[in-house]
Write a protein that binds this ligand. Sequence first.
Ligand SMILES: [Zn+2]
Length: 448
Amino acid sequence: MAHTLLKGGIPLLWHDRSTDPQDVLIAAGKIAAIGPDLAAPGAEVVDVSGMIVAPGLVDTHTHLWQAVLRGLATGAWGNEYFALVPPLARYLSSRDLNTALYLGALELLDHGVTCVLDYEFAMQSRDLGRAALDGLQAAGIRAILAGDLKNRYSVVEKSFVDDRDRRNGIEWLHGQATALTSIAVALDDIQVTPPETTADVIGWARSLGVPMTFHDNEVGAIATLERIGVLGADILPVHCNYANDADLRALASVGGTISLQPEAESFSGNRSHSVIERARAHGIDLALGVDGPALARLSILPQLRLLYFLQRQLDGARERAAGRLPITRGEGSPTLSARYVAQTGSKLGAEAIGLGDRIGSIEVGYDADLIVLDPQPFGRAHGDPATHLVLYSSEAEIRHVLVAGEFRKRDGRLVGVDYATLAGLGAGAKERILAAAGDAVPPADLEP
Ligand SMILES: [Zn+2]
């Protein structure tokens, strides 16, 4: 595999806040060297002077099947989303799931996200699973496809017949793993599932050596996992807006992480964001995801920015409520630095899905999942490049995106993609899904 030298950029390193230019040498898909003026005979030299070289962003929780339903749920309030969007999952054919995951993965790559955990509850048969993997692999993203054990949205197209069949299907998909695509298990809601079933499923997933994740929308779910003796850092709880202190103590005791979706958790008005500060007080790290493309753009940059500002607003509200005015910098205030928030979208996300020793950091020996941002002509934000990433960057600045050392976006354009056909692909899938659903799902005529 060819060598590539990213020359003269400013790497965003987790052990060093320097803004001195350093080259990054990529060989055989991995970061081979980092340093000023590297000699790399035979390597293709890509001039990135003045640009920021950052770890590829990591989305730890998204439902990519909705990528062809952009904006369908932006007007939903309270629990309206649940009646409107998830039931549509049963109307996806293999062809449409393939299209959705292909387009969704391209949108993520275009926006600098090089790795995604796709919580795929539309994937309810082997054919759908194969179609999902094909879509992700065609896009070239690094992906973990989480098979859902719920069967809440059994599909119109031939579906798994029971839990045994579903497990066999997920094991079969696990056998199709490649260097870039692998499998995870999405657990059913913990508080409504018999504990022995939960323990059995978790034991099975661990026998496969795959990570697990679940929607944590119930008080006490994490503590239940601890009580039945199965809680581990290989289970990623998502949202956790209703987690209580017993849940957080339990999660902290196993070194677990929480996956947050700041936009999706804000839009419905239902959820408390106090978990951000409470989790950090317990020493629990945070990771990020988009959640539903039907209500938010497939990009991690807006999630970084919202997390940062949301928590500053909450910190200020706490100080004002305590009468500590004027607000001063003190212990735990503000809760999050821009540098920490930058890590939630990369290093901590990678760790949360079991890839922390391979991606999320620019370190020698790590896979070369990298993004290059060009802050010109308006300039790089003062100081730490993490500040620029979190507060000043935009998708328009993302010049190059590499996955395992291969360019997926180069000079601002996705590589190997026929732009002329993309829009038609998505529109066709959306039309078929909505036509198949007919009157079975409420019309999406909510005004944002
Ligand atoms: Zn979700």
